[in-house]
Design a protein around this ligand. Structure first.
Ligand code: HEC
Ligand code: HEC
Ligand code: HEC
Length: 440
């Protein structure tokens, strides 16, 4: 969908055209099986609406979603119908201006800009939390790199590193050419004494290259005294045996209680379901199966859906994940999911792979957060209790939030794109025991 040309966006569009059109399009057909009408609660659908003359994405009202109020619809998303791609890298003239190192340091640290410190270490007791996705820049000034090179590298690093995870700050509209000149002036002041030797560091935790990796400990995730989500899952027991408006309860068609009827079922999900011609998680299936059989709604991201999903998945705890990726439909979905995982999206042109692949960010720090490698398995404990936000989250909400701060509007929680992505990620967990609900 094209954005309405309100003045602010018009300006941005003009700016983008001047940069050689940041967002272009290529033409691919979306298979009809991949079109889906969302059956999620309104704030989980990702719809963009015009409210008081302003286009906004309708989002969850709680944190961290409420922190991001910008509508990012001008940037590419994961939608299979979205063929836009970020502009090709292009050079711009370096402004003829004397850079101010103090201003450059402020910009380097500015949280409302990059921040560069999220991925790079520089000296200073006020630098916290620094990350290590990119190289340590503590003594980059000793390398006597030309200003012009540093300018172009920061403006659009793809000029020199075609597959980099460092965003193209200029074309993304996050830094102006003048601001980059100040940052270059600052970087040129970063020198060791003697050369190439970073100043001694008093606090090893400040340095992401020496920081001890202490993982938070939450205790036994299946103990209701530790994990409130276990108690929430119990709420689904009454739904299981309550007759819906159509006169039937789950228990009527699935005898023996959830322990017997649902044992091992979740190890095979996400799974291709021919009735719906798409990959579905347990949560996706419940959005259509529950109204069809009981007459009751069970929208994606509703409490009922999350609780029932947990109740069903708990009947597979300890059993190995066993998703199919070899049948023709599953294999095709797995390939689409892999493409989503590596697709660059949003204002910052990031891919999931930038943070979760071992040869990119995974195993290193983004700010204070250690990035987990996809191959170790990111899926087998979802839905989980999210301590930071005091709520039950399924993996779709995790997908929705992982790209939002990076400048991409999210898709509906039950989108086929997310289902394919979930299948791709879950395949790394094949053979590993399920443990639902997790805690983070
Ligand atoms: C998401 C992580 C990330 C962020 C944020 C980031 N960078 Fe980088 N940066 C990298 C990576 C990774 C590299 C190494 C290039 C490569 O191989 O992809 C790099 C390389 C560099 C280099 C070249 C280093 C060298 O040794 O040649 C400079 C200079 C640099 N970044 C500056 C910046 C500045 C300035 C900012 C803020 C405007 C910034 N970076 C923000 C990830 C990041
Ligand atoms: C009118 C009968 C009926 C009712 C009511 C019903 N189901 Fe089903 N359900 C079925 C049938 C038939 C299947 C497909 C056959 C199968 O796989 O067991 C199925 C399949 C499922 C599956 C997938 C099983 C698998 O192995 O992939 C799940 C999960 C499920 N139902 C959950 C529920 C839940 C939860 C409820 C209540 C909200 C419910 N069902 C209500 C008849 C029913
Ligand atoms: C800029 C970095 C970044 C990008 C890009 C990113 N994530 Fe994350 N992701 C994180 C951080 C930070 C965490 C929390 C720490 C961790 O578990 O790795 C996280 C956590 C997760 C988790 C939960 C892991 C767990 O064990 O609970 C999943 C699943 C996940 N990300 C999937 C994705 C997917 C899929 C994408 C692409 C849609 C993506 N991420 C893109 C930074 C990122």
């Amino acid at each position: 969908m094209r954005p309405k040309h309100v003045p602010g966006q018009l300006l941005t569009l003009v700016a983008l055209l001047m940069l050689g059109c940041a967002v272009g399009a290529d033409k691919r057909e979306v298979p009809s099986s991949q079109r889906w009408t969302s059956r999620a609660i309104p704030e989980a659908r990702g719809e963009v609406k015009e409210i008081e003359g302003k286009r906004v994405q309708i989002r969850y009202r709680h944190e961290p979603f409420s922190t991001f109020t910008v509508n990012y619809e001008q940037w590419p998303t994961y939608a299979y119908s979205d063929n836009r791609v970020f502009s090709q890298p292009a050079r711009v003239a370096m402004p003829d201006l004397k850079g101010d190192p103090a201003r450059g340091r402020q910009l380097f640290m500015a949280r409302n800009k990059a921040p560069c410190t999220g991925c790079h270490l520089i000296p200073g007791d006020d630098v916290w939390p620094a990350g290590s996705v990119g190289p340590d820049l503590s003594v980059i000034g000793d390398r006597r790199l030309p200003d012009r090179y540093l300018f172009e590298l920061i403006w659009d690093p793809r000029l020199f590193f075609p597959n980099t995870s460092m965003p193209p700050w200029g074309p993304a509209g996050i830094l102006s050419a003048e601001e980059v000149v100040h940052i270059v002036a600052f970087l040129q002041t970063l020198k060791g004494n003697p050369p190439f030797v970073p100043p001694p560091e008093k606090d090893p935790t400040r340095n992401p290259h020496t920081r001890p990796t202490i993982l938070p400990y939450y205790g036994d995730n299946l103990d209701p005294a530790t994990n409130p989500a276990v108690v929430f899952a119990d709420n689904a027991l009454s739904v299981w045996s309550a007759k819906g408006p159509a006169g039937k309860a789950c228990a009527d068609c699935h005898p023996g209680g959830p322990e017997k009827a649902m044992k091992g079922v979740a190890t095979k999900y996400p799974k291709y379901l021919s009735a719906y011609r798409r990959i579905m998680s347990i949560g996706d299936l419940l959005t259509v199966h529950t109204p069809e059989t009981t007459g009751r709604e069970m929208l994606a991201e509703s409490a009922d859906n999350l609780n029932m999903t947990m109740l069903i998945k708990m009947q597979s705890n300890g059993m190995p994940v066993n998703v199919d990726i070899t049948s023709p439909e599953a294999a095709a979905a797995y390939e689409r999911g892999r493409a989503v995982y590596f697709k660059r999206v949003g204002q910052r042109n990031h891919a999931c792979a930038d943070c979760h692949e071992a040869d990119r960010g995974a195993g290193r720090y983004a700010g204070a957060r250690l990035l987990s490698p996809v191959r170790e398995g990111l899926t087998k404990h979802f839905p989980l209790w999210f301590n930071a936000y005091l709520g039950v989250w399924d993996i779709r909400k995790r997908f929705q939030v992982c790209m939002l701060p990076l400048g991409m509007n999210y898709l509906p929680a039950d989108a086929p794109e997310y289902a394919d992505l979930e299948l791709y990620l879950t395949a790394f967990d094949n053979g590993k025991p399920m443990s639902v609900p997790g805690i983070r």
